[in-house]
Ligand binder design. Structure first.
Ligand SMILES: [Zn+2]
Length: 330
């Protein structure tokens, strides 16, 4: 996919387009940023732009033979390294790819080694890469992606140029879900609101997960009207899940966004505003019940509590602890 078709990250893609046009793409790039925001898509776009047979001002045409092959993972000069079933990239695979870099590119102009989730490289594999990162083989570019770049060896990090990706705005996620995943706009918006800026998280939230998320968020808000602490903690336990595995932090983030979205709707009902403004208008009965259970002041406090819970998750607090705290405070 050419840079111009990538949604979001405009400043980074225009920077890369200019670098390709001027022939100044650094030989080693590290695309760092949250999971699921499109780093791998951009990495592949770099490979396309560098090898396109009919490039347009630093961007790939998207339709020539080279673009087509890269899009189908069949270009001999674009070498992807991805984690195996164990979640690791082993040293043998790295050596194998490096051996193939001893020759000039076969059909393309540049050989591009794409390393997905580079933090999955075992230490030995990272060490095997060092020399090539320092003195890249002729006409070779290394592009790594990582959501945990600090887990890479310092020696690897210091040999790469880092581009930092941010989270995607809700509108961008909606555009991608509608354009590339044939999702209806209303569904796309609901899922995007819960995804915390990650397309990957939005896609992981299928419609089933969405229904589960709404049930759990409604349950969480019931803690606000529970009489005593024991009752509130019991709710926290059923929200997090007493079985293993418990909800992950990412799951919990989505759940808190969902609960915030319900509380926002409750405030819309309190204000007597047009019901078409409801984000979850298809849950009218549940929202009416919540609006009766929460006073306007309680809704404001719930919103603030959920927001602080999200902040705590952001700072790596555990899902269970945060849920208990929310249920006690809400
Ligand atoms: Zn092309």
């Amino acid at each position: 996919m050419p840079f111009r078709d990538i949604v979001g990250h405009r400043h980074l893609t225009s920077l890369l387009t200019r670098a390709v046009a001027r022939g100044t793409v650094p030989p080693t790039l590290l695309l760092a940023g949250p999971a699921g925001v499109g780093k791998w898509r951009v990495a592949r776009a770099i490979a396309e732009a560098l090898n396109c047979l009919a490039p347009v001002e630093g961007d790939a045409c998207g339709t020539c033979r080279a673009c087509d092959r890269i899009g189908r993972d069949m270009h001999v000069d674009v070498l992807p390294l991805v984690a195996d079933d164990t979640g690791k990239i082993k040293v043998d695979e790295v050596r194998d790819v490096l051996d193939r870099c001893d020759y000039r590119p076969f059909e393309g102009q540049r050989r591009v080694v794409l390393i997905r989730d580079a933090d999955a490289l075992v230490e030995q594999a990272q060490n095997a890469l060092l020399k090539s990162l320092e003195e890249p083989p002729p006409a070779t570019v290394f592009v790594m992606t990582s959501a945990a770049p600090d887990a890479l060896l310092r020696t690897v990090r210091s040999r790469t140029m880092r581009l930092t990706f941010g989270r995607l705005p809700v509108d961008d996620i909606v555009r991608i879900l509608v354009r590339d995943h044939a999702m209806a706009e209303a569904d796309a918006r609901r899922v995007a609101m819960l995804a915390d800026g990650s397309l990957g998280a939005a896609l992981a939230l299928g419609s089933t997960a969405l229904a589960d998320m709404r049930d759990a968020a409604t349950l969480l808000l019931r803690a606000a009207s529970a009489a005593d602490l024991a009752g509130r903690l019991a709710i926290a336990r059923s929200v997090v899940g007493e079985k293993k595995p418990e909800r992950t932090r990412q799951d919990m983030q989505a759940l808190l966004h969902m609960a915030s979205s319900l509380v926002r709707d409750v405030s819309v009902l309190h204000a007597g505003a047009d019901r078409r403004l409801l984000a979850n208008g298809d849950m009218a009965d549940t929202l009416d019940r919540l609006a009766r259970a929460l006073s306007p002041a309680a809704a404001r406090q719930a919103f603030a509590t959920l927001d602080r819970g999200l902040g705590a998750l952001e700072r790596n607090a555990g899902a269970k602890l945060v849920t208990e705290w929310i249920c006690a405070e809400i």
